[in-house]
Design a protein around this ligand. Structure first.
Ligand code: BV8
Ligand code: ZN
Length: 254
């Protein structure tokens, strides 16, 4: 790892981390832009991740989310999630923001996770917003492309919808405001595994840089951040994060 970067990591005290689908890739969860398979192959994710698609064909969209949920519930946190959970023990001011809708950060032990794009495991009624509780246990793995009718709200009988933020929907105000506040105060902005294409989440890096933070990206591939970030670690998150966190906690005992 770049020695200048190691020095910066060691000195950082107010860290803001933004993760994207790449942070969960080594847990076996396809990234958002990976080819959608089966029935969804002819769709681009953004065409399915919106309310119009759900209104047009609720079973198609709910089936896609149920397939993703079954996959997440069969997956385990990977070394990237575990490294960030370890970092939280040493950096009390760490703010972890994710675009991911899985619960792998939580299962890795991260004490506080700001979900900018909602949570797969927290569906709600599309009409009265009553939270819906999935049946206990790990669901059957649906056939890829299976259309599954969404459950009905026991209260008002409207459809239950995924607990995620769709394109064209606003981000949860508390999570977004906390993320913007952290970007204005952090001394290190670390973005991990995101294509940095979706707004406003992708603007956090530029906000942090403008506020004086050192900006670091971990991604094996080129992204829209490449020109903006000061350090680019071209490696998978599961490899780079344990090394980076190791450097950060070495001199910063609990
Ligand atoms: C909003 C939840 C406004 C759902 C998601 C033009 C036209 C139309 C709209 C817009 C427009 N310009 C801007 C917009 C707004 C739009 C937007 O940004 N569109 C984009 C497509 C241009 N944004 C919105 O609509 C947002 N809302 O703006 O509201 C508003 C204001 C007031 C009132 C009303 C409305 C809401 C956006 C949220 C959408 N929901 N997710 C679901 O999950 O199904 S976004 C979804 O895509 C993900 O959550 C993620 O955030 C995003 C991008 O995905 P990534 O995480 O980056 O994953 P991706 O696959 O792209 O990349 C993975 C990366 O990992 C790659 O770079 C790869 O190299 C790397 N990688 C792979 N393996 C590894 C790795 N990295 C490390 N290690 C590895 N092993
Ligand atoms: Zn309802």
């Amino acid at each position: 790892m770049d020695s200048a970067l190691v020095e910066i990591l060691k000195k950082s005290r107010r860290v803001l981390v933004l993760t994207g689908a790449g942070a969960s890739a080594e847990s076996g969860i396809p990234t958002f832009r990976d080819q959608l398979t089966g029935l969804w192959e002819k769709f681009d994710a953004a065409e399915l991740a919106n309310d119009e698609a759900f209104q047009r064909d609720p079973a198609l969209v709910w089936g896609w989310y149920e397939w993703r949920r079954a996959l997440v519930m069969r997956s385990k946190p990977n070394p990237a999630h575990l490294a960030l959970a370890e970092l939280a023990k040493h950096q009390p001011e760490l703010v972890l923001v994710t675009q991911n809708v899985d619960d792998l950060h939580e299962r890795a032990g991260s004490p506080s996770v700001l979900h900018l794009h909602g949570e797969l495991l927290k569906p709600r009624c599309e009409k009265c917003a009553r939270p819906y509780r999935f049946p206990l246990g790990i669901p059957e793995m649906p056939v890829e492309g299976a259309r599954i009718d969404p459950p009905r709200c026991p209260e008002c009988l409207w459809n239950i919808r995924p607990g995620v933020v769709w394109f064209g929907e606003s981000l949860p105000g508390d999570a977004w405001n906390a993320a913007v506040d952290a970007a204005s105060r952090c001394d290190l902005f670390l973005c991990v595994g995101t294509s940095a294409r979706v707004q406003p989440a992708a603007s956090l890096g530029m906000r942090a840089g403008k506020a004086g933070a050192v900006t670091v990206q971990v991604n094996p591939n080129p992204t829209d951040f490449d020109e903006e970030v000061e350090f680019c670690v071209r490696a998978p998150a599961g490899v780079a994060l344990p090394q980076m966190v190791g450097a950060m906690v070495a001199l910063n005992p609990r």
